[in-house]
Ligand binder design. Structure first.
Ligand code: A2P
Length: 264
């Protein structure tokens, strides 16, 4: 009996339309969007490249563009010996990447109960889902105030987020909604900048509320979304639960949600 040849499934490929390098460790890029792809701002998909062994090498990436955008944006770290990002960092306009068009994730509005103030807590490339949510009209329809807290080691690591936040008031679709509602709180932990320190320390010592001239977080009014390293996520869970917030999910909306920033 002879083995039947295995039928190879053609991977879903998308074409790179834009690449921007922010630092020697960070870059963003855009790819074409499959016509059939529907996703909720804040979700992630699997993307990758064909490996040397002929098998796709895939990783989870938050979609950094909003659900209404014509192309898909991603924000990535570059890891010199990272199986995927060591190669992905060299992509150029016109190249193809593989994408599995099955968006999932918990950093979505559906996983939160209604509230008044929404906190986005990100470190490093954990900003990506919030780059999507900050461009999502529902964010501004659902909340009176949105506070984007982003902590990075160095000032240059903040630049992608800083430029995005700065551009929002001029955005033809959501510019008018953003006005006065979105606040941006960037901090660095290694390089000198106007506000230094880990966001977790600032929450615990209350200096964040003093700096923002706002009330401490409370269960009735505040909702939070967290995306960073496992250490950040664990620490923030403890801190948010200390304020009385409970973790939500798509199936059971509550007061805060967490997702790991996916890195190589
Ligand atoms: P720090 O410089 O004090 O480690 P990384 O580049 O390692 O992913 O870190 C990105 C940012 O996240 C850094 O500013 C880092 O601060 C901060 N960070 C790392 N772990 C935590 C944590 N457990 N709580 C708060 N911030 C953290």
């Amino acid at each position: 009996m002879t083995d039947k040849p295995k039928k190879m499934k053609t991977p879903d490929t998308q074409t790179v339309t834009e690449v921007k390098h922010w630092t020697d460790r960070l870059f963003s890029f855009r790819v074409t969007r499959p016509q059939s792809l529907r996703f909720r701002s804040g979700e992630f998909v699997m993307i990758g490249l064909m490996g040397d062994n002929g098998r796709p090498l895939m990783r989870a990436y938050s979609i950094a563009s909003p659900s209404w955008d014509e192309t898909l944006e991603f924000y990535s770290i570059k890891v010199a010996d990272g199986p995927l990002t060591s190669r992905l960092q060299h992509i150029k306009v016109g190249d193809e990447i593989i994408m599995r068009p099955k968006p999932v994730g918990t950093l979505v509005h559906d996983a939160l109960l209604p509230g008044k103030r929404l906190w986005f807590f990100a470190t490093g490339t954990g900003l990506a889902p919030f780059a999507s949510l900050m461009r999502e009209p529902e964010t501004y329809e659902n909340y009176d105030e949105i506070i984007m807290c982003h902590t990075c080691r160095d000032v240059a690591d903040l630049e992608y987020g800083r430029q995005l936040v700065q551009s929002l008031p001029d955005d033809p679709l959501i510019g008018d909604m953003v006005g006065g509602k979105l606040r941006y709180f960037p901090t660095t932990t290694r390089e000198q900048s106007p506000v230094m320190g880990r966001i977790t320390d600032k929450l615990e010592d209350g200096s964040l509320f003093k700096d923002l001239a706002g009330l401490p977080i409370c269960k009735e009014t505040d909702r939070a979304m967290v995306c960073g390293s496992i250490g950040l996520n664990t620490d923030l869970k403890r801190i948010l639960e200390g304020f009385g917030l409970e973790e939500g999910a798509n199936s059971k909306p509550a007061e805060y949600v967490v997702e790991k920033a996916f890195v190589d």
